[in-house]
Design a protein around this ligand. Structure first.
Ligand SMILES: Nc1ncnc2c1ncn2[C@@H]1O[C@H](COP(=O)(O)OP(=O)(O)OP(=O)(O)O)[C@@H](O)[C@H]1O
Length: 302
């Protein structure tokens, strides 16, 4: 690989570089995983090979081309994507519209449906792992990346620790049996945070945070609001209705990706909230690094 290759991103396990294939001249993203993390690289390759049975574009999954092992260092080649949602929020300094959240939700449900069909758990659904292929030109084309900690459901054991704390499902926290439903919880946490533009909680107590997440999203009227004076439109109500079914504490009752794809929120074409939302007023709430509890709760939250 060219030593001057541009760095596209970095994570706990690897650096991702922009490279040009010598045979096709195609720009690709190459994730390098060094020797000390060989085990993770092997797991990721194993998972990515399983996913090659899917059409990556139809299933909202990053396209994995091939890999190379050089003295226990791994190079994994992917289609080049554009920007992850976390970086977009930081760079654009504006909250996402509900219509944009709808697209992300829909695309990620398609990806989770594919994973569920082969009993695979992603285990690390978060804003950094959701990427646009081309944010400007193809805002509706979104892909799930990073299968480094993905596992088959049958490999999961009670007490396994998966997911970062803000996205961690209650059954993980409680050491209960685990299933693909943990990814649905994580997606719920992600889209809720996009809506309120905050981490849902900043508690250091795991269960306290999960309790807050649940209560904030399950108040009887579904009154998550960005402002106490905001009129709640049908689109907001539909969003909250779906969110409540995703953030169902009991994983056996939690909505599945296929069921969620049929939810009315995903068929909406009009978004009055997008038009009436005063985004400039919301800018204060847009700082995703500075949670503000006033944007989490409505007055009638229990
Ligand atoms: N195909 C791609 N095209 C462009 N950029 C990418 C691509 N894949 C990953 N990236 C960038 O690199 C970052 C890290 O990638 P990835 O999540 O695969 O690494 P990781 O080491 O497994 O990360 P983590 O710390 O989340 O486990 C991503 O958040 C993204 O910004």
């Amino acid at each position: 690989m060219d030593e001057r290759a541009k760095l596209l991103g970095r994570g706990a396990f690897g650096y991702v570089y922009l490279c040009t294939r010598s045979d096709t001249e195609e720009m690709v993203a190459v994730k390098t995983i060094l020797e000390e993390d060989t085990e993770f690289a092997e797991d990721e390759v194993r998972n990515l090979k399983k996913l090659q049975q899917f059409d990556p574009d139809q299933n909202c999954l990053v396209r994995f081309n091939r890999y190379q092992e050089i003295q226990k260092n791994y190079l994994l080649e992917f289609e080049k994507l554009d920007m992850n949602v976390q970086d977009f929020l930081e760079q654009s300094s504006r909250p996402l519209h509900l219509s944009e959240i709808q697209v992300i939700t829909q695309q990620m449900l398609v990806a989770l449906k594919a994973l569920k069909s082969i009993q695979m758990v992603h285990g690390d659904i978060k804003l950094d792992n959701i990427m646009w292929r081309n944010q400007q030109l193809e805002p509706r084309n979104i892909k799930l990346i990073d299968f480094g900690v993905a596992q088959d459901v049958c490999e999961l054991r009670c007490g396994d620790i998966l997911q970062l704390l803000p996205q961690r499902a209650p059954e993980v926290l409680l050491g209960l049996p685990l299933s693909e439903a943990v990814d649905m919880w994580a997606l719920g946490s992600v889209i809720a945070s996009l809506y309120i533009n905050n981490e849902l909680y900043s508690s250091t107590c795991e269960l306290d945070g999960t309790w807050k997440l649940k209560t904030e999203c399950s108040c009887p009227t579904g009154n998550i609001s960005t402002s106490s004076t905001t009129t709640r439109h049908e689109d907001t109500q539909a969003f909250v209705s779906l969110l409540k079914q995703i953030l169902e504490v009991d994983p056996r009752k939690r909505i599945s990706p296929s069921e969620a794809l049929l939810h009315p929120f995903l068929t909406l074409t009009n978004f009055p909230s997008d038009l009436t939302e005063d985004l400039s007023d919301n800018k204060a709430a847009a700082s995703i690094k500075k949670p503000s509890s006033k944007h989490l709760l409505s007055a009638d939250t229990p």
